[in-house]
Design a protein around this ligand. Structure first.
Ligand code: NDP
Length: 451
């Protein structure tokens, strides 16, 4: 049977665009449908605008540091309208880059919503129908509001970039990546931030000591963080949203932002009708090669809810092309993925937390926490943390956790060593770069504890 395309990709985010381009480069005839803006969550309403907001929010502290270093600078005020205009232009530019890359690769783009009609057919919201030998679903995920009365009064990370003006105060609900990152960003931009997290400590799943230090320093920087707390009720009142908290608090906030998790975009695109299996959390079930229960249909990225990070979606997209279009079956390696949380202070992490590692095998923990030179000189009290989790049996570094300025940049490099299987002794025989924060990673002599 002759198909219109060799590959039809549904979704123009990081995973979909990369897979489409790389597949087209093999000579395959490729189409991609995107219903909204090219670039997906990462470019349009996630990593990229978030990181630019992190940069914007750091100037407040930088100005006070500058004074401590002898500069005669006055605190200015942040102009959201100016920043948002520049942000919008930058996102337009990046979206254009994505479109040009697809055009240049010979991918046919449909600005339309696509749904599966059968294992080889998609229908488009334009009314067209297209057939393809392979279909790749890369529709990503979306934020969810909790199931509570009044929740619709709140916003999510989707709306935060589009606000006409910044509120004077905000309540952020959640203790994951998005909640903690935006607590720092908005606090830095001058918004009075309160954060409610229902559990005992923010950033569940990460190393306990790192979580504790980040929470302490978020509070020190001005975030009013309440753990073990949730919203009891919320209602619209003059001047904002009145919230009763389970900690006995009652206050009015200019905005309430829910960062209470994301769900895969699997609704209404004909997946189950076509025979694709959906998991318990609404994700597309795939095998190690990203193949679904229907042999011609594959899925990558957040819609599969494996590791929901842009570089992972890109890897999954490339492994799919390697497997299907290059005849080289390539499973996706989800082990030892370094990642960063752009909290303030920043957090970089790879491998096992101390808590997880000790459940698996006997370990040694190397950890140091100190005031870094640049902050100490500026009179700031914040501390950095460097931590290595080492296997007693193999001496391999099983995990590394860094809380410090540019921890994301540092963990990318440490990630290479850890992925290569470096031992503590490999770290030790590497000469320190002085004076830096990260030199502590190669100069920790004695374990602080064994477990
Ligand atoms: P997470 O799943 O990380 O966090 C959700 C938070 O909301 C948790 O603290 C959870 O609590 C809490 N929560 C869930 N339901 C409720 C409820 N009904 N009431 C109150 N609290 C609730 O999701 P995020 O939205 O923060 O991020 C989604 C994903 O996006 C991340 O997992 C990550 O993969 C990715 N991401 C990565 C970034 C990065 O790499 N820097 C940045 C942003 C996102 P509990 O812990 O108790 O379950």
């Amino acid at each position: 049977m002759a198909f219109d395309f060799d590959l039809f990709v549904i979704g123009g985010g990081s995973g979909g665009v990369r897979a489409a381009r790389v597949a087209a480069a093999t000579g395959a005839k490729v189409a991609l449908a995107e219903e909204y803006r090219m670039g997906g969550t990462c470019v349009i309403r996630g990593c990229v605008p978030k990181k630019l907001m992190v940069f914007a929010s750091e100037f407040h502290e930088a100005m006070s540091d500058a004074r401590a270093y002898g500069w005669d600078v006055q605190d200015g005020s942040f102009n959201w309208t100016t920043f948002r205009g520049k942000l919008d232009s930058e996102l337009d530019r990046l979206e254009g880059v994505y479109r040009r890359l697809l055009d240049g690769s010979g991918v046919t783009v449909f600005d339309a919503r696509a749904a599966l009609a059968d294992p080889h057919t998609v229908t488009l919201s334009t009314g067209e129908t297209k057939t393809a030998k392979h279909i790749l679903v890369a529709t990503g995920g979306r934020p969810v509001l909790p199931d509570m009365p009044g929740a619709e009064l709140g916003i999510t990370s989707n709306e935060i970039f589009k606000l006409d003006q910044l509120p004077d105060s905000i309540l952020i609900v959640g203790g994951g990546y998005i909640a903690c990152e935006f607590a720092g960003i908005l606090n830095g931009l001058g918004v009075k931030v309160t954060q409610f997290y229902r559990g005992a400590q923010i950033l569940r799943g990460f190393d306990g000591e790192a979580r504790g230090l980040i929470a302490d320093q978020m509070r020190e920087r001005g975030v009013d963080l309440h753990c073990g707390t949730n919203i009891l009720s919320m209602e619209q009142v003059d001047g904002g949203i009145r919230v009763k908290g389970s900690n006995g608090s009652e206050a009015t906030y200019g905005q309430v932002m829910f960062a209470t998790g994301r769900v895969p975009n699997t609704d209404g695109i004909g997946l189950e009708e076509a025979g694709v299996k959906i998991g318990r959390r609404g994700e597309i079930a795939v095998d190690d090669y990203s193949q679904t229960a229907v042999p011609s249909i594959y899925a990558v990225g957040d819609v599969t809810n494996r590791v929901n990070l842009t570089p992972v979606a890109i890897r999954e997209g490339m492994a799919f092309v390697e497997t299907v279009f290059k005849g080289n079956p390539t499973p996706v390696d989800h082990d030892l993925i370094p990642s960063a949380v752009f909290t303030q202070p920043e957090f970089g992490t790879v491998g096992l937390s101390e808590e997880d590692a000790r459940e698996i095998e006997p370990i040694e923990v190397y950890c140091t926490s100190f005031k870094p030179m640049n902050h100490s000189f500026a009179g700031r009290s914040d501390r950095v943390m460097m931590k290595l989790i080492v296997s007693k049996a193999t001496r391999k570094v099983l995990g590394c956790h860094i809380v410090a300025d540019h921890a994301g940049e540092l963990i990318q490099m440490v990630g290479i060593a850890v992925k290569m299987g470096a031992t503590k002794e490999d770290f030790d025989r590497t000469v320190a770069v002085h004076p830096t924060i990260s030199e502590e990673l190669v100069t920790m002599k004695e374990p602080v504890r064994s477990a």
